[in-house]
Write a protein that binds this ligand. Sequence first.
Ligand SMILES: Nc1ncnc2c1ncn2[C@@H]1O[C@H](COP(=O)(O)OP(=O)(O)OP(=O)(O)O)[C@@H](O)[C@H]1O
Ligand SMILES: [Mg+2]
Length: 497
Amino acid sequence: MGRPLLQMRGIAKRFAGVHALKGVDFELESGEVHGLLGENGAGKSTLMKMLAGIYPVDEGEIFIEGNKVSINSVKDAQAHGISIIHQEISLVPHLSVAENIFLGKEPVTKIGWIDWKKMMEDARTYLRQFGLELAPETPVKKLTVAQQQMIEIIKAVSFQAKMIVMDEPTSSLTEKEVEFLFQIIGRLKEQGVGIVYISHRMNELFTITDRITVLRDGNLIGTVKTKETTTDQLIAMMVGRELTQYYIKDASPASDGDIVLSVRNLSKKGVLNEAGFDLRKGEILGFAGLVGAGRSELMKCIFGLDAYDKGEIRIDGKPVIIRNPNDAIKHGIAYVTENRKEEGLFLIRSVQYNITIKILDQFIRWFRVNARYESQKTRQFIHELAIKTPNPDQEVRNLSGGNQQKVLISRWLATNPRILILDEPTRGVDVGAKAEIYAIMNRLVKEGVSIILISSELPEVINMSDRIAVMYKGGIRAVLNRDEFSQETIMHYATGG
Ligand SMILES: Nc1ncnc2c1ncn2[C@@H]1O[C@H](COP(=O)(O)OP(=O)(O)OP(=O)(O)O)[C@@H](O)[C@H]1O
Ligand SMILES: [Mg+2]
């Protein structure tokens, strides 16, 4: 074999107060899929952002096909054939799907104008390849997070790159879309493209990668051949100890609890179709369905973020009208949105601000904010959810993806909700932190809180839920009890069966 496509040697990076990478080596062959694994905050995204020209390298060297290169900007990286799918979606909301895909590389006509016809046609071809039923003219802001994630993927793939970094490309995709992505990855491999694949989903790493490199606290722990390793070995490398229990849902006899939330015939043109369900006290009701089935849309209507055309919502048996999130919060509903960047976090505010924003009134005593109590509350959540931050004043945008997610969950837990809607709560969260989130869910249901769990990871829904509602084209196709749970049954209903 000749020189590797990419070699990174002794890479180090410091941010104020954080030593994010400490002399890491990384290698990628052409035609290889190389997994990158590590706990939240381990340094995965930082390493790849240096390759993609987003952060300058503090220390270390980068070689491409044996030649030393210096990458000082995104343009440099692109010139070296490096393309990246970011962990946080970075599309331009008001531009169309096609414009986003071809941004900066628009096809031109002979006289140098943008060839709109070709652009739309090419976009249509990509959309079809990825199984997306979308018009290329659709503005990106109208898409769900999962659809936006697919567009990010298409955008990176359409660059004709030599290497593609995929930073958690599937975190909000369901099995069907993941399959499309894997087919595309297979094709890219055949063309000799090297792929760096970052994911917390072990099964994906085992399906798709040739080698896996593990980072812990900015250190390189090792690189292993996927065929010669096991999940337990990888987890031990990641966390530095054995950790065998991934799912820890306790049996809950809540099936005859009172109905706290009941939804009937909720419809919204083109999105929801007579959707209805009951949520009982102290249960976890899972929601499964393909991308676009309407799960998040349904929750947005219930939480007052979106209007619906008709239907009824009852809380404790009484019809209620929820016009906006404040109404919902007054009824004890909390909603951890899947879209942490657009609808969730205040990125340039501190960890403390983000955690306590919904409960500030609790800290007001004699017309003053009780700062000590506020900071105590913040530290409690930082501790309970093991949020990795140098201090409570750190800006949230400087936290790793998984730790941002934990901040968002903390905010809503702080409101002591009776009904907690979790939309992809473990998106981008590492195995250890997942177990912590599951433990918190268990504790809450024991205290009588009712939880709605939307997750694109079927094993998660199956393991955590007491019942599962399966959505298809805006309606609820089936509600399954625990003894009926199986991937096959859920997929059957999710595809309209
Ligand atoms: N711009 C920044 N300023 C300050 N600290 C940063 C910045 N970017 C990253 N960090 C810190 O560097 C460390 C590594 O973060 P990084 O995003 O690389 O983690 P990760 O392995 O990608 O984690 P995750 O699985 O949660 O995405 C974290 O402690 C993070 O808070
Ligand atoms: Mg990351």
